[in-house]
Structures are given as C-alpha cells and as structure tokens.
Design a protein around this ligand. Structure first.
Ligand code: CAA
Length: 389
C-alpha cells in the first residue's frame, strides 16, 4: 500500500479543510441544536464539487479517486458529522450506484444532477421490518402488463437526506415468488416530485442532528421502466455492492469525528490544571491520549487500504467487501471509544454543551449503526474469512 498522498490528494484535503473551517464551523453547533437541515452550506458544498468527487467530469463530478473523496469527507466530518453524512450519501450511495450500474441516459440526467450539487440524492433500502436483514424487502414494484412502468407501494424507513432529496435510489420486490426473496429485488431511481411519493415525519435523533432522516411512503407511485437501474432481480447485489463503497465513507466520517475529539482532548490536557499540574502530565490521561492516537492512526490505515482496494477492484470488477467492512468496523468503534474518552478527559466540561465534545460523542454512535451495524460488519468479515455462510 502506497501511503504517500499525491499533490492532488493534498489539494482536495486542504480545500475541504478550509471550506469546513470557513463555512461549516461557524454554524455547526447551531444546526445541531435546532436540528434544521443546513441547506445553504450543503448547496455551497455542491458548488465546490464535494457531492461527486469520484464521479468523472463528463457526468458533472470532480473526476478524482476514492481516496480523494475519503480525505475530503474526513475533513468535513471533523468539523461536522452531519454535513459529512449528507456528503457521503450523495457520493457513495447515490452517485456511485448510478455511475456503476446506470445507462448513459441515467448518468447524464440523474448522476449529473446530484454529482454537480444541483440536487440532493438518497438511498432507500431499510424498511420498518428489515434493517440488518436487508434482503427481507416488502416494498413492491409491480410491472405493468405492457412493460412501460412499475407501480410501487410500501414504506421505507430511516432514509438519510430523505426529507430533502430530489432523487432516491430505492429497492423494491418485483418478483414476490423469488426464492430466496432477495433474488426478486430490483432497484429504481425515484423522483420525489412525482405523485404517489410522500414523506413521514423527520426523525428526532441523538446525533448527526442537522442531517435530515425520515420515512418515505409509496402509494401507487408510477415509476417509468427507464428509471429501473440494471436488470430486474439485480437489486440486492447492487444494494450490497454500493454499501461496500458507502462503508468506506462512513469509515472516513468516523475517522474525522475521532480526530476532532482527540485534538480537543490534547489541547485540554495541555491547558487544564489539577493538583497543581497540567493534567496531560498524569499517566492516566497520557495512557488515554496514547491509545486514542494509536487507534486513530490504525483506522486511517484501514480506511486508506479500503479506498485503494476499491479503485483497484474497479479495474477487474472484483470485490473489496472485506477491506471496506474492516475499515468501517474499526473506525466506527474507534470513534465511539475516542469520543467517550474525550468526554472523560474533559470531565464536567465534556458533559457541557458549551464545548463540541459532547456533540462528537453523540455523533459517533450512529457510525456503529448505519450502513451495517458493527455486528453485521463482523458477520461479513467472518463469512469471507471462513468461507462459510
Ligand atoms: N457485493 C455483491 N454481492 C453481494 C455482496 C456484496 N458486497 N454481499 C452479498 N452479495 C450477494 C451474495 O453473493 C449472494 O448472491 P447469490 O445469491 O448469487 O449467492 C446474495 O448477495 C445474498 O448474500 P447473503 O447470502 O450474504 O445475504 P444475507 O441475506 O445473508 O445478508 C447481510 C447479508 C450482510 C446481512 C446484508 O443483509 C447486510 O449487509 N445487512 C446490513 C444492511 C445495511 O447495511 N443497511 C444499511 C442501510 S443504508 C444506510 O444506513 C444509509 C444511511 O443511513 C447513511
């Protein structure tokens, strides 16, 4: 693994760092408090090319590689994980899916719109009865007899960016007789401005509060056949392979959160005094800082490895499921552990809303849950290693 960042990688990382410092840092705490969606800064992220970093320029993207995308996402998430997840869903779950599986027409219309930041994209896999058991999809897409369209019915839940997305990549059953069930799943690009689509209430969340999440409902939604992604029955594999990409994004988001909490802790340990000493001189604080730093750097290496593996795999159409699951598992558990220790190092101030440490702690938790819980990542890793299913 080549650990040298290229000039291009450093350039996008620095650009994202500056953008986050100037545009996001001043508003992050306020949007966390109100739980409002930060439309203005998200639009600016789009205008700066952050919504389609790894999408070729011919489709409205920045034409960079996966590592460039992950570096930028890490910097944005370091300042605010809510902006991080909005960016991650657009890049990995929407744009990557359309780029990899879409027709030329779909790429020109839907990929271009999201990658250029004109509109927001989302991804709807989860349903009220199927989170980890993602193959147990009940939303149906019944093909019309003449094959011109599908009629979609049912509910999807926990849709990140659902309240604001123009297009949502949605997975639905086109063949109820299929065994196993997941072989009857197909993927569709949904235009949320069309009749038959509606949104439920926005979820009140523990963390990433400025990112909007909701249920979405389909009632006799008429989806033209040309908005189906790939062939009928290929939906579940599309969903899984797109999550391989998405999990690298969540690893980068988790890494950013952990770094922010670590840097705040380091500064506090240098300044805060107790028993007549800087607390950073106490071995119990030193041990925490040393372990935080080590786990963060290990997460970074796993995340870089997964990003490089994804771009290598694209050349051979092979999988990088193992690398991405390991990166997501380790980085998210690191983020949770590091932010917990950061609160502890800060003592009462860590528990106070006057400092951002408690926000990092709340934001970290979701990285162990969405895009596959830590338990699911372990299952994926163990199945691949043992070759047992
Ligand atoms: N790439 C391509 N194909 C894959 C794949 C991958 N990564 N993983 C599995 N498949 C294929 C398998 O090869 C198999 O194909 P065949 O029928 O040809 O054999 C098929 O898919 C079924 O695979 P499994 O038998 O492994 O399926 P399973 O039912 O046992 O489920 C699972 C596997 C790993 C548990 C999966 O359901 C899973 O990942 N669950 C977690 C779901 C998840 O991550 N949800 C996140 C929602 S989105 C989100 O969170 C976004 C957000 O808010 C930010």
């Amino acid at each position: 693994m080549d650990l040298q960042l290229s000039d291009e990688h450093r350039m996008i990382r620095d650009m994202a760092r500056d953008f986050a410092r100037v545009e996001i840092a001043p508003v992050a705490a306020e949007f966390d408090e109100t739980g409002e969606f930060p439309r203005e800064t998200v639009a600016k992220m789009g205008a700066h090319g952050f919504m389609g970093i790894a999408v070729p320029e011919e489709y409205g993207g920045a034409g960079m590689d996966t590592l460039a995308y992950a570096l930028a996402l890490e910097e944005i998430s370091k300042v605010d994980a809510s902006h991080g997840v909005i960016m991650s869903v657009c890049n990995s779950l929407f744009c990557y899916a359309i780029y990899r599986y879409g027709t030329e027409e779909q790429k020109q219309k839907y990929l271009r719109a999201v990658a250029s930041g004109e509109v927001v994209g989302a991804y709807a896999l989860t349903e009220p009865q199927s989170g980890s058991d993602a193959g147990n999809i009940r939303v149906t897409a019944e093909p019309s007899p003449e094959g011109s369209h599908y009629v979609i019915n049912g509910t999807k839940s926990w849709i990140s960016s659902g309240p604001v997305a123009k297009y949502i990549l949605t997975f639905a059953q086109t063949d109820l007789e299929a065994t196993p069930r997941y072989r009857g799943v197909s993927a569709f690009i949904i235009d949320t401005d069309e009749p038959g689509f509606s949104r439920g209430k926005t979820e009140p969340k523990l963390g990433i509060r400025a990112s909007a999440t909701c249920e979405v409902h389909f009632e006799a939604y008429r989806c033209p056949a040309h908005m189906r992604l790939a062939e009928e029955g290929e939906g579940f594999k599309i969903a899984m392979s797109v999550l391989d990409a998405g999990r690298i994004g969540i690893a980068a988001q988790a890494l950013g959160i952990a770094e922010a909490a670590y840097e705040a802790s380091l500064q506090y340990a240098r300044e805060r005094e107790a028993f007549g000493e800087k607390i950073g001189k106490f071995q119990m604080i030193q041990q925490k800082l040393a372990d935080m730093k080590t786990r963060i750097e290990a997460s970074r290496l796993l995340m870089y490895q997964a990003a490089l593996a994804k771009d290598e795999a694209a050349k051979t159409q092979s999988r990088y499921t193992l690398e991405s699951a390991m990166a997501k598992l380790f980085a998210s558990e690191t983020a949770m552990w590091v932010t917990t220790e950061a609160v502890q190092i800060h003592g009462g101030m860590g528990y106070s809303k006057e400092l951002p440490v408690e926000r990092y702690f709340r934001d970290a938790k979701v990285t162990e849950i969405y895009e596959g819980t830590s338990e699911i990542q372990r299952l994926v890793i163990a199945r691949l290693e043992t070759e047992l299913r």
